[in-house]
Design a protein around this ligand. Structure first.
Ligand code: RNT
Ligand code: ZN
Length: 419
């Protein structure tokens, strides 16, 4: 049977199956079309960027692997991302880091950057129906050290404050041009390898830096702050801990970024959704896959991610969350990594949207514990994959594993020729 025909037939059966439990798959397909994922630009080149300083990746994060063919310049990175996007259903955003500016080979220090270096990105975004998000970059710079925004050295701290302010101004320009807020994430690596006896001092400094950075109000960008447990080489103390940023965001009515790799291994990020959304306006996600630590493996359809998206749907918070990915794996085809991770996030969201929530809630209200658990279990094996296949078909992208040869083809024809 032809692929198209079998996908359509499977979808019709799935549709009936879901209708029987009160779920409208056609409606879910429409909702999925509005689920935009901000793809992180940094999977394409192992978080290198275009500063061409020749330095290595610092700031407690690490990319492993030497898979051939990574993007070496802005043109290659753009081409790779567009190719990956062509294998992913729906319309998606791109999450830029400041070090990915269009610097044209010129060294532009981080306290000198401005929107002019992002004009070609803005243009690219408009031409390719891709809205942009943004991140300031505290790592991989001679002034990064262990402390940036929390450094007691005034020169260093002012440098990073200036950088962050400029990044917000760039985000504002991007947001204006794309007529949709640019989400700017602030994550700094600040911490210490060994015990520190002045935790309060650095946190006071970080708080003061943030107050200065966020003093200016903008209409076309939104800020979010990202906490972390620890970085490599900064294991004992993280200035911007979860408690720090949760309190800061709540007090200042700001968005929080939840990176799924930034919590203790048994901590549920899903459970944070309903707690935090009562106190902060919106959430940003960095969907990742921590293996034993913040390892940034490629996102897959795993239980933590399924739980997280379920909680967002159950909290009726689909439009109070911004969805980004954050992983960097240099051991495998990098374009393939984008496609796997983005499609996996979509599958998690699709399964969350296909939940027969009304019935489950009714059982819960009536204290029917057996019925609630039974239906939750049955849902796992319902034909959600037929709905995902239909989503791919409708969006004219390869169904199921048929995207593999497409990735291989691009590798053969494009990335394998880079060295
Ligand atoms: C690091 C944070 C941060 C970075 C990116 C590159 O642990 O997750 O978001 O991964 O900004
Ligand atoms: Zn992150």
């Amino acid at each position: 049977m032809h692929m198209k025909q079998s996908v359509e037939q499977a979808y019709e059966l799935a549709k009936q199956r879901y209708a029987a439990i009160g779920v409208d798959t056609d409606k879910v397909l429409e909702q999925m079309q509005n689920f935009h994922i901000s793809m992180h630009c940094w999977q394409a080149d192992d978080v290198a960027g275009f500063e061409n300083q020749g330095g290595s990746l610092t700031g407690g994060i690490q990319v492993n692997g030497n898979y051939p063919g990574k993007a070496r310049n802005i043109d290659e990175l753009r081409a790779d991302i567009l190719y990956a996007k062509s294998l992913i259903p729906g319309t998606h955003r791109l999450n830029l880091h400041e070090i990915y500016g269009d610097f044209q080979g010129k060294f532009v220090d981080r306290d000198q950057v401005d929107a002019s270096y992002f004009q070609s990105w803005i243009q690219w975004g408009l031409e390719n129906n891709t809205k942009l998000d943004f991140n300031s970059t505290s790592f991989s710079h001679p002034k990064s050290g262990d402390l940036s925004l929390s450094s007691p050295d005034k020169g260093v701290r002012d440098f990073w404050i200036e950088h962050s302010k400029r990044c917000r101004a760039i985000s504002e320009e991007i947001g204006k041009a794309q007529n949709d807020p640019c989400i700017m994430n602030t994550w700094v690596h600040d911490g210490s390898k060994d015990m520190t006896v002045n935790r309060m001092l650095y946190r006071e400094l970080l708080k003061d830096s943030l107050d200065q950075i966020f003093a200016q109000k903008y209409d076309n960008m939104k800020d979010c702050v990202e906490s972390k447990v620890f970085g490599i080489g900064l294991e004992s103390y993280t200035v911007g801990s979860n408690d720090f940023y949760t309190s800061y965001a709540a007090q200042n009515d700001m968005m929080i970024t939840l990176d799924t790799g930034h919590f203790h291994p048994t901590e549920s990020v899903a459970d944070k959704v309903s707690s935090m959304l009562l106190f902060v306006p919106e959430l940003m996600l960095h969907v990742s896959r921590p293996i034993r630590w913040d390892s940034d493996h490629v996102t897959i359809m795993d239980d933590p991610t399924l739980d997280l998206f379920s909680e967002i749907v159950r909290a009726d918070a689909l439009d109070r969350v911004h969805y980004g990915l954050d992983y960097f794996d240099g051991t495998l085809n990098r374009i393939g990594a984008y496609v796997i991770g983005t499609r996996a996030a979509q599958k998690c969201m699709l399964r969350a949207m296909l939940e027969p929530l009304a019935t489950l809630r009714k059982y819960e209200a009536e204290d029917k514990k057996f019925e609630r658990l039974a239906l939750l279990e049955e849902c796992k094996a319902l034909p959600w994959n037929a709905v995902y296949d239909m989503f791919c078909l409708k969006n004219n992208v390869p169904v199921g594993e048929t995207f593999l040869p497409e990735v291989q083809k691009y590798e053969r024809e494009v990335t394998s020729k880079r060295n």
